[in-house]
Design a protein around this ligand. Structure first.
Ligand code: F6P
Length: 367
């Protein structure tokens, strides 16, 4: 049987979308060098697809441009989690009527003779990438999110760095909690999945870990802390994911009505701290680690993973596996169809070994 001929690639573009994650620059470097070695031209999309609606959308990526960036946080291309091109209509100068932004992006990519798009992103960005693929664009996805909530891959880059940052922060809080006989409540990121809270909470020996997958009873957390206090330890750490919620309550938002993007979570740490003070009379403080978890240099693990993802994405493109996402299936790099990766959110399974370990160590999950 004659093998299917893969059309040659001359030019690819890389987009970094959604919230940034440590490792983005390592992906850009690996993908660029791998593509240049194949004789392809590489362009980066400046600050997301919105740049195709006005301005200079593309920047040429060369050996020099990606030199010395693998260890840097952020993204040299810029990123945005606003303005989904499938949700906004725009009227370009001299046009008679408004059009779907996504149609304009596809046209512009074709006008710039881009044969393939590497879309680096989390669930939102990969959903957009999948729709572009359905519109006929050649797309490869690369899984990125500090929340680690993407299906189809063992893990995403950015997660290890975020866990490291959160663990180091909680390590520091132990001494001040003990010095003042206080309960410190730390709110970490994790919108629908509690991976960061679970891993950093366990690694840092937190006393309670509250995650979206296990709706909690505040009384159960208070009972646990009161028992510790009665045993001579009126201090402790509660690590709570921003998406965790008490049984029977919804998640707590800073702002529910943000046009064109998901509502902004935040406030559960403060709520938990207030309840503990009211119900136990223990002195309590709360803090939100927030975007610290997205910043800084990627850990060695994330850097390696991101470099491997970038090179693997180019291999998928060379093999014509458009519409797929690179997936880490240790020890190998594999691929899954984009639609499988975005079908669901990857949640912590409540009977997984990490949760069981926490329970065996006497950590309270609030249930
Ligand atoms: O998706 C990653 C994430 O870090 C979430 O945990 C968090 O809710 C969100 O991004 C915050 O995004 P931003 O503040 O950039 O809008």
């Amino acid at each position: 049987m004659a093998s299917k001929k893969i059309p040659p690639i001359r030019r690819i573009a890389i987009n970094t979308g959604g919230g940034d994650a440590p490792g983005l620059n390592a992906v850009i470097r690996a993908a660029t060098l791998s593509a240049l070695r194949r004789g392809w031209e590489v362009y980066g999309i400046r600050r997301g697809y919105g740049s195709f609606l006005g301005g200079e959308p593309l920047v040429k990526l060369t050996n020099e441009r990606v030199r010395g960036i693998a260890h840097l946080g952020g993204t040299i291309l810029g990123s945005t989690n606003k303005g989904n091109p499938f949700e906004i209509h725009v009227k370009l100068p001299r046009a008679r009527k408004k059009r779907l932004a996504a149609e304009i992006v596809v046209e512009e990519l074709k006008k710039h003779k881009i044969d393939g798009l590497l879309a680096v992103g989390g669930d939102g960005s990969l959903r957009i990438a999948h729709k572009f693929h359905q519109m006929g664009l050649n797309v490869i996805g690369v899984p990125k999110t500090i929340d680690n909530d993407l299906c189809g891959t063992l893990c995403t880059f950015g997660f290890d760095t975020a866990v490291q940052t959160a663990t180091e922060a909680i390590d520091k809080l132990h001494s001040t909690a003990q010095a003042h006989d206080r309960i410190m409540v730390v709110e970490v990121m994790g919108r629908y999945s509690g991976w960061i809270a679970l891993h950093s909470g366990l690694a840092s020996s937190s006393d309670a870990i509250l995650i979206p997958e296990i709706p909690f009873e505040i009384d159960s957390v208070c009972r646990h802390l009161k028992k510790r206090a009665a045993g001579g330890r009126p201090y402790g750490i509660v690590c709570v994911a921003e998406g965790a919620a008490p049984k029977g309550h919804g998640m707590i938002y800073k702002n529910k009505n943000v046009k064109g993007r998901e509502p902004i979570l935040g406030g559960i740490g403060k709520w938990v701290a207030e309840q503990i003070t009211r119900r136990t009379k223990l002195e309590t403080r709360s803090l939100v680690l927030g975007h610290l978890q997205r910043g800084g240099s990627p850990t060695t693990y994330d850097r390696l993973l991101a470099l491997r993802f970038g090179a693997a994405a180019v291999r998928l493109a060379a093999a014509g596996l458009w519409g797929h996402m690179v997936s880490y299936q240790p020890p190998a790099m594999g691929s899954v169809p984009l639609e499988d990766a975005i079908r669901d959110t990857k949640k912590v399974t409540v009977d997984c070994d990490t949760v069981l370990t926490g329970r065996d160590l006497g950590i309270c999950f609030g249930d």
